[in-house]
Every structure is written in structure tokens, then in C-alpha cells.
Design a protein around this ligand. Structure first.
Ligand code: ZN
Length: 146
């Protein structure tokens, strides 16, 4: 069995953003020369995750609104307390809502690979989901198989 790793760098432009990374993951799969196995797409961040869904611009607006509705910014989040920043126990951003949103999205997705291709459904795309933008991010792609 072979294991191949590639890191994808992305820069988000807004607070919540769905960034389609399917093409970049596909290139990593091709670069790995692995014919059968699976690809893990992993976000090593606490306020940005990975999700699979349809890349349809109105749907992406719906998903964005869903995240704001389920986890409103104007709620009270203990993580945002000024004291935490003073005590160096916070990451310095009022992003309690972003951490909570990330719990809904999750940090990784796994896609099977057959004959060198990802077995994504015809309407499926892989998204990097920013929830505390704008900032620079990296995504780990690990391909396992033979
Ligand atoms: Zn934080």
C-alpha cells in the first residue's frame, strides 16, 4: 500500500465561504498514481472544515444562511470573553460562533478511488468551508491505496 500527501493552500475572502477544491483534490489523486484506495481531505483548523455537496450558487447562499441561523453571531459565546484574550487563553479573535459552526461541518471527508478516479456522485463537489475568514488556510490531502 502506498501513502501520498499533498497540501493545498487557499486564501478565503469573507467570513463564511464555501471554496470548491474538487479540482485540486483531483490533481492530487492523479499525482499520487494510486489506482484503487481512498482520499482523505482534512482541515487542520478549528474554525474551517470540509464538506461535500452541490456547487450551485443559490444553494451555497442557503447553506451560508443556515450556518448563520443555527449559530447566530450576536449570541453570547464564552470563548469571546475579553478576559480570555488578556490571559492568553484565546486565539485573539471573537470567533466563538466560528468554532461552533465548525462542529456542524466537521473537519474531513473521505472519498473512494477506483481506476485512478474519485467516485464522487455527479452532483458532488468537495468544499473547504471557511467560517472565520478572511485568512490564509491549508488543507491536507492524503491518498492511500495501491
Ligand atoms: Zn477562537
Amino acid at each position: 500500500m502506498k501513502i501520498y500527501k499533498k497540501t493545498i493552500e487557499k486564501e478565503s475572502r469573507s467570513q463564511i465561504e464555501f471554496i470548491d477544491i474538487t479540482t485540486a483534490v483531483d490533481e492530487a489523486v492523479k499525482g499520487s498514481k494510486i489506482e484503487n484506495g481512498q482520499v482523505l481531505v482534512f482541515s487542520g483548523h478549528t474554525t474551517a472544515g470540509i464538506a461535500i455537496n452541490e456547487n450551485e450558487s443559490l444553494l451555497l447562499q442557503d447553506l451560508q444562511r443556515m450556518l448563520y441561523r443555527l449559530v447566530p453571531i450576536d449570541e453570547r459565546y464564552s470563548h469571546d470573553l475579553f478576559e480570555l484574550k488578556r490571559m492568553n487563553r484565546s486565539d485573539g479573535r471573537s470567533n466563538g460562533h466560528s468554532h461552533c459552526k465548525n462542529m456542524l461541518i466537521g473537519n474531513s471527508e473521505t472519498v473512494p478511488i477506483e481506476k485512478g478516479k474519485m467516485l464522487l456522485g455527479s452532483l458532488q463537489s468537495i468544499f473547504f468551508v471557511e467560517m472565520d475568514g478572511a485568512r490564509k488556510r491549508s488543507i491536507i490531502v492524503q491518498i492511500m491505496g495501491e
